[in-house]
Design a protein around this ligand. Structure first.
Ligand SMILES: Cc1cc2nc3c(=O)[nH]c(=O)nc-3n(C[C@H](O)[C@H](O)[C@H](O)COP(=O)(O)OP(=O)(O)OC[C@H]3O[C@@H](n4cnc5c(N)ncnc54)[C@H](O)[C@@H]3O)c2cc1C
Length: 406
């Protein structure tokens, strides 16, 4: 059993990425903070497509969580959350031992998974393993003749864009379930994406449904049909929606039934307007892993904003303040890389072409502040800059939900 020896209350943060690391900034001086992640590093996901140009790019987009913990005065445990209880988490470590960690508050920021190695899978634990995986991917692409990208959301457009730009001998096919790319984005961005990809030689087929993968006629299929949510640790004390419940039973996972639903049919953890589980007032969920009443787009700046405001709300709760901040809707902000030099920029309804240098500079600021002790600048360089950029369009339109499925 792991129990803090300090008189401070303990906050357990599961998931060291945009949401979890931002929350730590607001909590580490008042609480004993324990960070748990199954891998040893943070990866700046939005710039993954640039690694397909150059594997060394990964060096600049990762930070060791152990180093982060040192500079941010918290404790890091590498392990996987396997079961969450109301005041205790069971963490499976690399030696297969289960560690019980007691907490006063818990923030779940376990994000989402992505198929086709676009985000590091469960087996990837170190930066070195991730780099080797990317080098292998590049070697394969150099020998491939024909690949398929399934899904024309922002991630599918990015992957088809960088592959067609960089691998000149490769035929890139893109199949999209609907009749336009980027279907939840403004019309101008859909037209731009179609034009740019076609100019780069991508063979786009619309209204094409994929029922079964892999498809053997292609050397590789990049499955870009959206986020995958799998909070299998939400068992026992938590209530699952019926279809998720059936998946757990199929996998022989024991569950108890309660009245209130905590996990929806896709596996997203349901929270209230304070990012809090309805039945468990000391447990919060932020970022990709949750479904809030606003159903925000699954984006890193939304995860960071939720981390910031949850951190502030927990401090208010400790001060017995009755006025907690409520989540506000945000506009969609996306920089969609289409080739080495260019990205399509969407701020709410405003669409333009921009240089990818904006994406590199956002990453550099975020990484520098994670490496130093000045975490505040991570939030300000990332979330605040985005808030300022979107503030003009925020009031004009209700947020749309970005569903990355094709
Ligand atoms: C290719 C691509 C491009 C993108 N581009 C953009 C963009 O331009 N702009 C934008 O805003 N968003 C973009 N996104 C979305 C953005 O990356 C996500 O919204 C963001 O990463 C979510 O952050 P998070 O903190 O919720 O979780 P994640 O980043 O998903 O991190 C979750 C963390 O939890 C850990 N974890 C998970 N389960 C467990 C467990 N059981 N036990 C312990 N640890 C666990 C994981 O190892 C991981 O470190 C992009 C996504 C992709 C895939």
């Amino acid at each position: 059993m792991f129990k803090s020896s300090t008189p401070k209350k303990t906050i357990l943060i599961i998931g060291g990425s945009f949401g979890g690391l931002t929350a730590i900034q607001y909590l580490n001086s008042s609480f004993n903070v324990i960070l748990v992640d199954r891998k040893q590093f943070f990866e700046y996901t939005p710039n993954y497509p640039f690694t397909l140009f150059d594997p060394n790019y990964i060096d600049g987009m990762t930070v060791s969580l152990q180093d982060f913990a040192k500079t941010h005065k918290c404790q890091f445990i590498q392990g996987t959350l396997v079961q969450l209880l109301k005041d205790k988490a069971l963490i499976k470590q690399s030696n297969e031992e289960i560690l019980d960690v007691l907490f006063d508050y818990c923030i779940i920021s376990t994000g989402s998974q992505y198929a086709s190695s676009i985000k590091p899978e469960n087996e990837i634990k170190t930066i070195q393993q991730r780099k080797e995986q990317i080098i292998q991917q590049i070697q394969n692409l150099q020998n491939y003749k024909k690949v398929l990208v399934v899904g024309g959301g922002p991630v599918g457009v990015e992957i088809a864009g960088v592959l067609s730009d960089h691998y000149k001998n490769l035929k890139v096919h893109l199949w999209n379930r609907s009749q336009e790319l980027l279907y939840s984005f403004p019309e101008k961005s859909r037209i731009l994406a179609d034009q740019i990809l076609k100019n780069q030689g991508v063979l786009i087929e619309y209204n094409k449904e994929v029922n079964q993968l892999p498809l053997t006629e292609f050397d590789q299929v990049f499955d870009c049909r959206g986020n995958i949510y799998a909070p299998s640790f939400m068992i026992g004390e938590f209530q699952q929606c019926k279809s998720y419940f059936e998946i757990l039973i199929q996998n022989k996972i024991k569950i108890n039934k309660q009245n209130q639903q905590d996990v929806d049919s896709q596996g997203r953890i349901l929270v209230d307007e304070y990012c809090r589980l309805t039945n468990h007032k000391n447990i919060f969920c932020i970022g990709d892993a949750c479904l809030t009443p606003n159903n925000e787009s699954k984006m890193c700046y939304n995860a960071a904003i939720q981390g910031q405001f949850t951190g502030q709300n927990i401090i208010s709760l400790e001060k017995n303040s009755k006025s907690l901040k409520k989540l506000e809707g945000t506009a969609n902000v996306f920089l969609i890389t289409v080739n080495k030099q260019n990205a399509i920029q969407c701020f709410g309804n405003r669409v333009s072409q921009t240089s990818t240098s904006n994406k590199h500079s956002l990453q550099n600021k975020a990484i520098k502040s994670l490496q130093g002790s000045c975490f505040y600048s991570f939030v300000s360089s990332f979330s605040r800059r985005m808030i300022i950029l979107i503030s003009g369009c925020q009031k004009k339109k209700q947020p749309q939900s970005v569903n990355k499925q094709s």
